[in-house]
Design a protein around this ligand. Structure first.
Ligand code: PPS
Length: 579
């Protein structure tokens, strides 16, 4: 009761009251017992985030997953059916098979990936949304280059189940537990500290000096305390992982004046929905007790469409929130992009750069490039402690793992060259090297597999998985399978890409030469029909068009080929002298 009174003076939640959906312990025990007979659903990562915010009041006033009337109304007019402002559908998508076992009145146990029951859903209805229409209404496009559209059209199940949620327990988090404050906890904290006016800063990126300057200015401008409220649920694919980001936020926090700023983590699954998402961010911050929200350039921006044109204008989100801020009761603090002006030794909004002055900034792409090459991150750009964290997570290429993936016909020289490269890399030292040779893999990792397309694909996937683990942990993987199919080689590339370097080497030695060599006598057997589905004879080989290096061993010595590869790796920065 004392807590209730203490937070009364804070901004009310969206819709009036903070709606938490947790059942009391007795009811939770009852639900757990009853659920033995219910069907279950293991929540997707997106649904897990949505459920967490729904249960802890971050999505107030939603009492559960949206039904058809709310869904249609949110899509068409950005309002729930009762008129409450709400910009993006919050729905529970299920596969048709599971949905087929449910009816209005059914109960469904919602579980985390380990099978722990987090909540009970009382199904009120099931419906099949027109997902293209939803994408068009919510994101203004059906272009799958938009991550929100891509998720909706390609990773969402076809049936939505609507209904009230009764929470049993929040999803378990074992990282940064002391920083994960729920709306009620944050409100309590604000009340304890006497913070009435709180400006929230939403982010999915590490904070640099420009952000620090912007947030300081914003807090001063509206005479409010600052809540740094980064998203740690799901952000844009390719973003800096949240572990690194949170360490960066912790490193920058002491640079703010004492007792003016706080850090708390938000388990939101972003949709990169630009203007509509800005409204959602404002609602969520209001529910967490904030009075203001900073909205900068290209807020929650999904990047550019398939033709290279930005999906939204840089200040569309500001415009959208400006229109609705009075109704919401959350004030927007709009900001232009901040750039560094050398002559002033200060950050200023891009439209306030003095005539003729040199404005500096470093883009995300350039930052990644500098980290990869081990180059300096200048002091005007970021704080040394943040730079240090980023360097730890993104070491220069010379300290990163990488995979060299050989592909080519049997007898084209894959194993021979890979073995030569292996010993050269071992001679250099510094990183562990593993050779995943075709024959070796078939003996240890894929001993039960044959040579059908299905089995070859499985074999290459296994090699890709092992190589990606080796690469992720800073080692070198040399793979030398035939890998005849382009699609699978690309799949392996995309597995390795996020964790380190990838080099595709095409052994282009012609079939006649391979057959002429016939070192294992397999071609003769294949011609005689003793071995079926033999690559190049009775089974296809798709030559790659995306190889980084092409080697034909007809007229090349092993030494020359291995040396070419060493030079290539040096040029790319993976081996050689430290930057
Ligand atoms: S795949 O397609 O990538 O899964 O093939 P891979 O695992 O690299 O094949 C390894 C070796 O298997 C021998 N072998 C055959 N190759 C192709 N087709 C058929 N039907 C076949 N049967 C056996 C062949 O010696 C391959 O080794 P390399 O080192 O390429 O000569």
């Amino acid at each position: 009761m004392a807590d209730q009174l203490a937070t009364d003076h804070l901004v009310p939640a969206h819709g009036g009251d903070l709606v938490e959906l947790f059942a009391d312990p007795a009811r939770a025990a009852e639900l757990r017992a009853e659920s033995a007979d219910w069907p279950s659903w293991d929540l997707t990562p997106r649904q897990l985030c949505d459920l967490e915010l729904m249960m802890n009041g971050g999505f107030s006033p939603l009492p559960g997953f949206m039904g058809q009337a709310d869904h249609e109304s949110v899509c068409s007019s950005m309002r729930l059916a009762d008129g409450t402002l709400w910009p993006i559908p919050i729905t529970l998508d299920l596969p048709a098979e599971l949905a087929g076992t449910l009816d209005a009145g059914s109960r469904l146990a919602l579980r985390d990936p380990e099978g722990v029951m987090l909540a009970a859903l009382e199904v009120e209805g099931l419906y099949q949304p027109d997902r293209e229409a939803e994408a068009q209404a919510v994101f203004g496009t059906t272009d799958p280059a938009h991550p929100g559209v891509d998720h909706l059209l390609n990773a969402t199940n076809p049936v939505y189940a609507a209904g009230r949620v009764e929470g049993i327990q929040p999803p378990a988090h074992y990282d940064f537990r002391e920083l994960r404050l729920t709306p009620a906890e944050l409100r309590h904290e604000f009340a304890r500290l006497g913070w009435r006016r709180v400006v929230a800063f939403q982010t999915r990126n590490p904070l640099h000096r420009a952000h620090q300057e912007l947030t300081l200015r914003a807090a001063k401008e509206v005479e409010a305390n600052l809540l740094i409220h980064p998203v740690v649920g799901m952000t844009k694919p390719g973003d800096v992982d949240h572990y690194t980001r949170v360490r960066c936020y912790q490193a920058i926090l002491p640079t703010y004046p004492r007792h003016t700023a706080m850090l708390s983590l938000l388990p939101l699954a972003m949709r990169m929905g630009g203007p509509r998402e800005a409204i959602l961010h404002a609602i969520i911050r209001k529910n967490h007790g904030c009075t203001h929200l900073i909205v900068g350039r290209d807020h929650a921006g999904p990047g550019s469409d398939s033709s290279g044109k930005p999906f939204y204008g840089p200040y569309d989100a500001q415009e959208m929130l400006r229109e609705h801020q009075d109704e919401l009761g959350v004030e927007m603090v709009p900001f232009r992009m901040m750039v560094y002006v050398e002559d002033l030794d200060a950050y200023v909004p891009e439209d306030e750069v003095p005539e003729g002055a040199r404005a500096l900034s470093i883009s995300g792409t350039e930052l990644r490039e500098r980290l990869a090459q081990g180059r300096d991150l200048p002091g005007w750009f970021t704080f040394p402690a943040v730079a240090e964290e980023l360097r730890r997570s993104y070491p220069p290429r010379i300290h990163q793992g990488f995979t060299v993936f050989f592909t080519g016909l049997s007898g084209s020289g894959k194993s021979t060259i890979a073995n030569a490269l292996l010993v050269k890399l071992l001679e250099m030292g510094g990183r562990p090297v593993t050779l995943l040779d075709g024959d070796l893999v078939r003996k240890h990792l894929s001993s039960e597999l044959g040579f059908s397309k299905e089995h070859r694909d499985l074999n290459i996937r296994r090699i890709g998985f092992v190589a990606s683990e080796i690469t992720k942990n800073g080692g070198i993987a040399l793979c030398a399978p035939i890998a005849p199919y382009d699609e699978l080689r690309k799949e392996v590339h995309s597995m390795i890409d996020p964790v380190g370097g990838f080099l595709l080497v095409y052994m282009s030695t012609p079939l006649e030469v391979c057959e002429e060599r016939d070192r294992k006598g397999l071609y003769a057997k294949a011609r005689a029909g003793v071995i079926k589905e033999f690559t190049g004879i009775s089974d296809p080989y798709e030559p790659p068009e995306d190889a980084d290096v092409v080697i034909d061993t007809t007229n090349t010595t092993v030494e020359e080929a291995a040396q070419d590869l060493i030079l290539h790796l040096e040029r790319e920065g993976y081996i050689g002298a430290e930057g």
